[in-house]
Ligand binder design. Structure first.
Ligand code: NDP
Length: 389
């Protein structure tokens, strides 16, 4: 997902509401968050003094890192930036001035971070094809790593990343920010609390129109840097978010069909669209679609229950997620400021590291998702056959 696909309010406006919203958390929600063992949006704790916050290096100063992650440190209470890694030293220094960051690395002297005591955690915001290499090198340099989604190009790479974290005794997390996003946490609370009755179906639709002339979309259309196509980049939100809502239920099989114009020259290396279906152990069907070739941008989740349903017309965006409960009537439910998800995931990861607690979005979750998508691709290659997972 990219900046220009985000509908709605300015970040400044959202931030203005963010802190107040976070501090206004109902006591029961704050307690539930603490019981779960991780801070959430605008952590209810007071900010820590700068010297005690987790210190982060940001790797790859592109659209997402500059547009969303760096500003989020302004909302973070337990995290601060100390280093930038970039192939463009001028850009890094300009951003360094803006954020008070004075330690700079390139991709060649990246491993020197091992000697840098001012870095605890590394945030990988590179194209997908580079995730495995730079994650493993950071782990070997003794740093904890939060790597952007999708975790890597192949499940074999994901396995190597998990193993590198185990060997280095460092923490590896995946940047599934939705797990820290208040509207989705509210949906989870209601679904998990049985408000919809037994779930009957989940539907997930995520897509946008890829622009091959825009650099952040250009690499998304090149297999070596992208790993996969629309399902890797945008469909994964639907897959991962749906699974987030299904406590204890596990996928047992998947099937998929490609869904894009084959003659479209953008999609010679990666798929432009995928329609997928996943059967859970409970028998529940989760189905969805991903696309690089329609407008407008879609980020839609629907949870159909026997008693009621939740529709999220915007479910996984940066700033505008909405939850509509349909239980005979139709109620729009506010749950907090979506933008707080960025700071929430940074602080959540740092706190899990420091306190030795499980992280909400571990490397194993990223590996699970890539294995599922690989099985979907296998199914689509064979005309939609059901594949056991
Ligand atoms: P960009 O292309 O905007 O940024 C990637 C950056 O990586 C570049 O600016 C560059 O930074 C660095 N880079 C190093 N080598 C290469 C290369 N060969 N080609 C291109 N860039 C290179 O991409 P995005 O910011 O959109 O995506 C980065 C990551 O973030 C991806 O993994 C993506 O999936 C993820 N993402 C996650 C989102 C979320 O909501 N969780 C949303 C958007 C993206 P430099 O010049 O500093 O070296």
């Amino acid at each position: 997902m990219s900046d220009d696909e985000q509908p709605g309010l300015s970040r400044r406006a959202m931030l203005a509401g963010g802190v107040a919203g976070a501090l206004g958390l109902a006591a029961s929600r704050a307690q539930a968050q603490q019981a779960e063992g991780q801070p959430l949006l605008g952590n209810p704790r007071l900010p820590e003094p700068a010297g005690q916050r987790m210190r982060w290096a940001i790797v790859g100063l592109g659209t997402y890192a500059v547009g969303q992650i760096m500003p989020a440190f302004g909302d973070a209470r337990l995290s601060r930036m100390t280093a930038f890694v970039s192939g463009n030293p001028d850009k890094a220094r300009t951003l360094g001035k803006r954020y008070g960051v004075s330690r700079f690395y390139g991709y060649d002297d990246y491993d020197d971070m091992a000697k840098d005591d001012e870095i605890d955690c590394v945030f990988i915001a590179l194209p997908v094809g580079l995730h495995a290499e730079y994650t493993i090198r950071a782990l070997e340099a003794g740093k904890h790593v939060l790597c952007e989604k999708p975790m890597a190009s192949t499940s074999a790479e994901c396995e190597a990343m998990v193993e590198a974290a185990r060997k280095a005794d460092r923490r590896l997390g995946i940047g599934y920010r939705v797990h820290f996003e208040p509207t989705n946490r509210e949906a989870l609370r209601r679904i998990g609390g049985g408000e919809l009755g037994p779930l009957r179906q989940i539907r997930a639709e995520h897509g946008f129109d890829a622009n091959p002339d825009w650099p952040p979309h250009k690499w998304r259309l090149e297999q070596p840097l992208a790993g996969g196509g629309s399902m890797y980049d945008i469909g994964i939100y639907g897959l991962n978010t749906s699974l987030m809502m299904l406590d204890g239920d596990k996928p047992v099989s998947v099937s998929a069909l490609y869904a894009y114009p084959r003659e479209d020259p953008r999609f010679s290396e990666v798929e432009g669209g995928l329609d997928w279906r996943m059967t859970m152990a409970s028998g529940l069907i989760v189905s969805g679609s991903s696309s690089y070739c329609y407008r407008p941008f879609a980020s839609r989740q629907t949870y159909f229950g026997a008693q009621a349903s939740i529709t999220m017309p915007l479910a996984t965006t940066y700033y505008d997620n909405t939850l509509i409960l349909q239980d005979g009537g139709r109620r729009k439910i506010g749950a907090g400021t979506p933008a707080s998800q960025f700071a929430g995931q940074l602080d959540g990861f740092g706190e899990a590291v420091r306190e030795g607690r499980p992280h909400r979005t571990p490397g194993e979750m990223g590996l699970r998702d890539i294995r599922l998508i690989e099985a979907m691709y296998r199914s689509a290659d064979e005309g939609g056959v059901e594949i056991a997972v």
